[in-house]
Design a protein around this ligand. Sequence first.
Ligand SMILES: Nc1ncnc2c1ncn2[C@@H]1O[C@H](COP(=O)(O)OP(=O)(O)O)[C@@H](O)[C@H]1O
Ligand SMILES: [Mg+2]
Length: 247
Amino acid sequence: MSKILAFTNQKGGVGKTTSVANVGAGLARAGYKVLLIDLDPQANLTRGLGLEAPEYNVYGALLQEYDLKAYPVQENLGLVAGAPALSSFEKVKGDELDREYLLKDLLEPLHARCDYILLDCPPALGLITLNAYACADTLYIPVEAQLYATDGLEKVLEMVARVQRRLNPGLKIGGIFFTRFDGRKVLRRETAELIREKYPTLVLTSTVREAISLGEAPHLGQDIFRYAPASPGATDYQALVQEILTR
Ligand SMILES: Nc1ncnc2c1ncn2[C@@H]1O[C@H](COP(=O)(O)OP(=O)(O)O)[C@@H](O)[C@H]1O
Ligand SMILES: [Mg+2]
């Protein structure tokens, strides 16, 4: 039975996609069978792993136009592509009775074949994200320690509480972790401290530092372990993978 981990934050640019790509690659390297699902209409994960305009994507599968298709990325790692058309999901499926469970149904047959399914959520708390929350076991929330970071965080946590009451009582928060962290900036350090004080049990030990190679790797369609195995980015994501596996 696979575990579904969703990476979510309604804010864009906080490192959701980067984390899905690199935590996924790290888990695959550790020998787990991993499937990544790109749920963002921007499809950055899909492009960042080197797949340009693939024929099959998660949107078509959600609309039952074809079966779910995973493209191989590397050993133990597959990707279900995202597509710009995902932005119509809410309009097209918003009136259906089981609209929050469409992704859950779609992933059901995969449980026997993967150890981990990682969901890259869009930067919004709409129907796609609700579908992710409704089927996830655990949520991870990347946060950039910046002004207003707590606003976004509070919205996510409110939504999680609502989902736990109805759609998915078993949903757990695996943790909040800092991304793009630059300890030289006082404001960032202070914001991180504030968040740690406010959510002492939720903040993970692992922090992903701001690192140029993490921004470069997707341009070559690579994860950080392949692109720059000795870089701080690889070290930080390796530590995050370990924490996710042991926490
Ligand atoms: N730790 C990091 N250091 C440097 N750049 C990063 C880091 N994490 C993400 N980035 C870059 O920041 C941008 C936003 O990250 P991304 O993962 O796409 O965020 P999200 O999916 O939350 O919108 C991307 O250009 C990405 O390459
Ligand atoms: Mg993204």
